[in-house]
Every structure is written in C-alpha cells, then in structure tokens.
Write a protein that binds this ligand. Structure first.
Ligand code: PEP
Length: 255
C-alpha cells in the first residue's frame, strides 16, 4: 500500500510571523492522523525557522526549487546541499509556475530532478497540461513528454525514490478543480506509462494531485485508486484547511 502524501506549497507567501503561526496550527491540527505523510515546502528564507519548529515532529519540509549547480557564481540560486543542510526531505521540481514564468523546459527540469535525487532529496516532479493543451486533446502527449524527459535522462528506476504531482495548469490557483474522474484518468495514465517500463516502480510510486485541492473536494479526489494524496497551494496557507485535507488523506481506505 502506498502511504498518501499531502504536501503544502506555500509559494512566495507569508512572513516570519505568519509562518510561525501557520506551523503551530498545522502541528496542532495533526492530531492522531499518522496515516498520511505531511510536508510543507517553504520559501527558502523561512526554511531555517520551519526546521526549528518542525524538528521532532512527524511533519517533513522541503524547498520549492533548486539549482542544477553544486556551488559557485550563480547569484540568487540555492543548491541541493543547502536544502539538506536545513533538514529538507523534499524539493518541488518543475512546478508549472517555474515552467511558465521562469522558462524551465523539460530538459532543465530533468536535470534538476537528477541533481535533487543524487543529493538525497526526494523530488516532487510536477507535470500537467495547460487549458489550451487539454482543449487541443493533447493532454496525454504533453504529460508523457514531461515524464519521458526525466526517465530518459535519469532512467525509470530513478522514479522509485520520487513523487509525481499531476497538476493540470488550468486548475492551479484558479478554484477550478479537475473532477475526480479527470484526475484519476490522468493518474492512471501516468502509472501505466511508468508500468510499461517498470511495473514495480509504477506500483510503488506516489502520484499526488494538485490544483485547487480544498477540504470539500479532498476526500473525493483522494479516494480514487491512483491518487495518492495532494500537492496543495492556496489551502496550505490556512492551518485549518490544510489540516482538514491531511485528515481526508488519512481517512481514505482503499482496502
Ligand atoms: C500548487 O501550487 O501546486 C497548487 C496546486 O496550487 P493551488 O492548490 O492553489 O491550486
């Protein structure tokens, strides 16, 4: 059985004070729910505070991006080793905002994925189509291309130590969620793509859904066979909402 994962992506939000309050709320809201794994991906500058507050808890933390380089003259960049220095377990790679706003292409995302993995971080690889691509009927083609870029560069076995987030771009931050059926269809497609190369990796890998996950749609999404939790943006900034999503993931029983 795959343990569900609920990871918060705070993006560029918060202040030192609000992060403190949010983490306190999330810790208090964890209750007895240990069935789902929980992580928060903080802005770089708040990772040390996040580490101090979460150390010793069951909640993991991570970054939202990383450099392809190990060190050197790369102004403004953060290396994998720096994330590890502050206890990060996860790092988001290839978020659609990085792809669209910062020009990260499949090759760069694949490189970041490889660097994260080699350093010992767990990459959360984001894939997903734009609205235009869905309307053109090329959703599967786009997602397959994004996946292939990583497996061709790193090998299928590399996915065994990673998480995939299926995030239809049209559902991110828009309040427009993919229906459970739409999401399940793509999760099953992703798993089948992986299974064609390695049934073992396909069975084990967690494929989480991202795109306007909220307390009122989380249970339904997470109960789909191939949806192993969520990557949560907006709702991860509110402790009560994030905790409710974590509870929904922990309560799912897929037998
Ligand atoms: C995200 O940023 O990965 C995300 C899914 O955002 P939201 O939940 O706000 O749609």
């Amino acid at each position: 059985m795959r343990q569900p994962l609920v990871a918060g992506n705070w993006k560029m939000n918060g202040s030192r004070a609000s992060v403190k309050e949010l983490l306190e709320g999330i810790k208090n809201g964890m209750g007895s729910v240990a069935k789902a794994e929980v992580a928060v991906c903080a802005p770089y500058i708040y990772i040390p505070d996040t580490q101090s507050q979460l150390a010793g808890s069951e909640i993991a933390w991570g970054g939202q991006n990383l450099s392809t380089e190990a060190s050197g003259a790369f102004t403004g960049e953060i290396a994998a080793s720096m994330l590890l220095d502050f206890g990060c377990k996860y790092v988001i790679v290839g978020h659609s905002e990085r792809r669209t706003l910062y020009g990260e292409d499949d090759a760069l995302v694949a490189k970041k994925f490889g660097v994260a993995l080699a350093a010992g971080l767990v990459p959360i690889l984001c894939v997903g189509e734009s609205l235009e691509e869905r309307e053109q009927g090329i959703t599967e083609e786009v997602v397959a291309r994004q996946l292939d870029a990583v497996t061709e560069a790193e090998g299928i076995a590399a996915l065994a130590d990673a998480v995939i987030a299926y995030e239809p771009v049209w559902a991110i931050g828009t309040g427009r969620t993919a229906t459970p059926e739409q999401a399940q269809e793509m999760h099953a497609f992703i798993r089948a793509q992986i299974a064609s190369e390695s049934p073992r990796v396909a069975e084990a890998i967690r494929i989480v859904y991202g795109g306007s996950v909220k307390p009122d749609n989380a249970a339904e999404l997470f109960s789909e066979a191939d949806i192993d939790g969520g990557l949560v943006g907006g709702a991860s900034l509110k402790a009560d909402e994030f905790s409710a999503i974590v509870s929904a993931a922990g309560a799912v029983d897929k037998g």
